[in-house]
Design a protein around this ligand. Structure first.
Ligand code: UD1
Length: 415
């Protein structure tokens, strides 16, 4: 449970952790590489702890040195048990990596935050095109590549982040060339390609809509620095925005923040981007954030939608959200209403009439970013907000309460 005594006024500087959505595929990629991988700036979050458990189950040795995670690849097993797969959806990217390394993989359907139906049909059909035979039975996937993995042309009907990563992982050590058309362009795709190429892979065009992978024979582990977490960064920007704060984020990649700047500009915040840092100065009262339409990168990210909704809840005027990526991603709206927000949800559209002030209330986190949005709202609200089921938030934030407390908020985490 996270307890916040609001309202806060945030000030000061904060460093941003490594990106969750980069680290998970990077850890899957470490399965393919012989020898040792060292990930610098690796976030200590519960999803990474789950990935470490998966690696250890596979026979890899993992150890932490401060924020570096060292993985020694000594794989002995090519199966992931149901309890570990059920912990998080991104465990599905281990599929491509394990088949690449062992020629086979057995794993069950993945779990993760409930954001509506999250099928894996694109993963499966793409991997089949690379010569991987996949049988589904009893909620599990049995995958074999009896003739090895063979390059092919894959055209994704939607630029799925996970499917793009799975194909990259499966194809990096294959016979021939793979082309992914309509590939996801998220920064985390570029980070995965950078790591794989440093290990000996030949991947071109990551970050663009068409990725070309020339298969190589084998990969060797290397040292790699995980990119900064752009969603954690925008969470703290929203925290400053709703509190009339003035904070500086350090260790960020400003290029990755650009697609998320418009609601800050619309609402009257002053954002200055300076090298690897960003300063945000918020007005006493925000304006509306106007229109937010979530889209694949470089559009506005779905993961940032909930925290921006907390800004809209206290902005002067009406804001409209259109959630185009996940069907069930407004669970935080009902909780924000308990704090006095005026929000109407109709399918993928949410209309937010900003109110002058929110009041603290007991609320529940139903997923990771929705939970973070409630913390942001709690900073703006007067009185006490308790966010229960904060375990969802720990999936992606190393220490959200400690970070915000260091910026002046009265916030603490209770066991
Ligand atoms: C990744 C991110 C997640 C982010 C999402 C969209 C990680 C660990 N997670 O999730 O934080 O919210 O990208 O930016 O990186 N889809 C299908 N069939 C498939 C795969 C996806 O229909 O086989 C649909 C999904 O249901 C969803 C959309 O495509 O509607 C986007 O999914 P995808 O890009 O695959 O997201 P994830 O990789 O799961």
């Amino acid at each position: 449970m996270i307890v916040i005594d609001g309202p806060a006024e945030l000030g000061g500087e904060i460093s941003i952790q490594g990106a969750k959505n980069s680290t998970l595929p990077l850890l899957a990629a470490a399965v393919i590489c012989k020898g040792q991988t060292v990930l610098h700036n690796c976030p200590k979050i519960s999803d990474v702890k789950t990935a470490v458990q998966i690696l250890e189950h596979l026979g890899c040795r993992c150890c932490w040195e401060d924020s570096d995670l060292i993985v020694d690849n000594a794989m002995t097993c090519c199966e992931i048990p149901q309890d570990l797969m059920g912990e998080m959806r991104s465990s599905i990217v281990f599929l491509g990596a394990i088949v690449s390394r062992c020629g086979q993989a057995d794993l069950c359907f993945p779990g993760g935050c409930e954001l509506g139906p999250r099928p894996i049909d694109l993963h499966i059909s793409s991997l089949k095109k690379l010569g991987i035979e996949i049988e589904e039975s009893g909620g599990c996937l049995h995958c074999r590549a009896p003739n090895g993995i063979e390059g092919n042309y894959i055209s994704l009907s939607f630029p799925s982040v996970g499917a793009t990563e799975n194909v990259m992982l499966a194809a990096v050590c294959s016979k021939g060339t793979t082309i992914i058309a309509n590939a996801a362009r998220e920064p985390e795709i570029g980070d995965l390609a950078a790591y794989l190429n440093r290990c000996g892979g030949r991947i071109y065009g990551a970050g663009e809509g068409c990725i070309i992978i020339d298969g190589v024979k084998e990969l060797y582990g290397c040292e790699h620095r995980v990119i900064p977490d752009r969603i954690v960064a925008v969470t703290y920007m929203a925290s400053a925005a709703v509190t009339g704060g003035n904070i500086t984020l350090k260790d960020i990649d400003n290029a990755h923040i650009l697609p998320m700047l418009s609601p800050f500009e619309e609402s009257g915040c002053e954002v200055r981007q300076l090298g690897g840092a960003l300063n945000i100065m918020a007005p006493r009262r925000l304006n509306a954030v106007k229109h937010i339409r979530t889209m694949p990168y470089p559009g506005f990210p779905t993961d940032a939608q909930p925290v921006i909704m907390s800004m809209a809840a206290v902005g002067r005027g009406t804001s409209v959200f259109v959630e185009n990526i996940f069907e069930n991603r407004y669970k935080h709206a009902g909780e924000l209403q308990r704090m006095g927000a005026k929000i109407k949800v109709e399918g993928k559209v949410a209309v937010v009439e900003g109110v002058e002030a929110l009041s603290g209330a007991p609320v529940t986190a139903y997923d990771l970013r929705g939970g973070a949005a409630l913390v942001v709202a709690g900073l703006a609200a007067s009185g006490k907000t308790t966010v229960s089921d904060a375990g969802f938030i720990a999936r992606g934030y190393e220490d959200i309460a400690g970070d915000l407390a260091s910026l002046g908020a009265r916030i603490r985490e209770l066991p």
